[in-house]
Design a protein around this ligand. Sequence first.
Ligand code: C2E
Ligand code: MG
Ligand code: MG
Ligand code: MG
Length: 289
Amino acid sequence: YAKNSGKNAYRLFTHSMQEDARKRFTLDNNLRRALERKEFVLHYQPQIDLRSGAICGAEALIRWIHPELGLISPADFIPVAEDTGMIVAIGEWVLREACHELRRWHDAGHGVRMSINLSGRQLSEEGLVASVLAIVDDSGIDARWLELELTESMLMDASASVIDKLHTLKRAGIALAIDDFGTGYSSMSYLKTFPVSALKIDRSFVRDLPHSTEDAAITKAIIAIARSLKMETVAEGIETLEQGEFLRASGCDKAQGYHYGKPMPAAQMRELLMRREQETAEPALPCDA
Ligand code: C2E
Ligand code: MG
Ligand code: MG
Ligand code: MG
């Protein structure tokens, strides 16, 4: 740390380090009890079919409502849960909760899909496939309405047993998507090794659309690769009408972002699905969620 930045800066630095350590310790300890105390909730963010403008699915995103610290973002506790191994139990809860919510949507007549994030640690668990299939079975949904999101790094160091699990999930009808595509340590070779059905274009490539010529070229290239490999594309982080229009014109299949709706509690998502069902298929309107 810079010597000449003075005593105050140094104090600030150590203070924030202690703060970090304290926070991490608190999180680690509390994560264990959070499941039993039912402090986790899932929020759902709509995914839009860019051709019809209809809601075609949602991504389940976990939140932790901590009794003292309030709402904690997954970016702050998922890495801790991965380190401690708690992600396995938390991830199973997410699968169960999301599949049961999807069952409610289907019972209400909404033909939509559910996307669920999977962590690398879950994928290396021996019992993952059995657990996913049991949850799908219990919830009474058709596996074809389920999509699991993986990251590039998970595929990069995938063992033979992980590859085998992915093929088994795929054979059961579950779709596999690559999340944050293009930001990881990408290697195109895994696109032919793994049974991938969708690429999620990372929001860092979407942010400066349509003005950035580089990002325009990158997104179009990703869409072209996906097309020729018969995969679908889902763009993340669409915040403006122009971004959505550009992606639709470029042949992107689906979109997700604040422009269409922020992640929201289950009750609000159900209302949104009901409201949108009543509208006829019109071009994508921003949801006022
Ligand atoms: P992700 O899977 O890439 O999820 C998309 C993230 O982008 C979400 O952040 C979402 O709220 C945010 N987002 C969506 N649209 C926009 C937009 O238009 N603008 C901006 N600025 N952001 C947008 P969130 O909910 O904080 O989740 C962060 C990450 O935490 C997720 O990234 C995912 O990697 C992880 N995560 C969330 N839930 C779970 C879970 O149940 N299991 C696991 N293993 N990881 C999860
Ligand atoms: Mg995701
Ligand atoms: Mg993502
Ligand atoms: Mg991510």
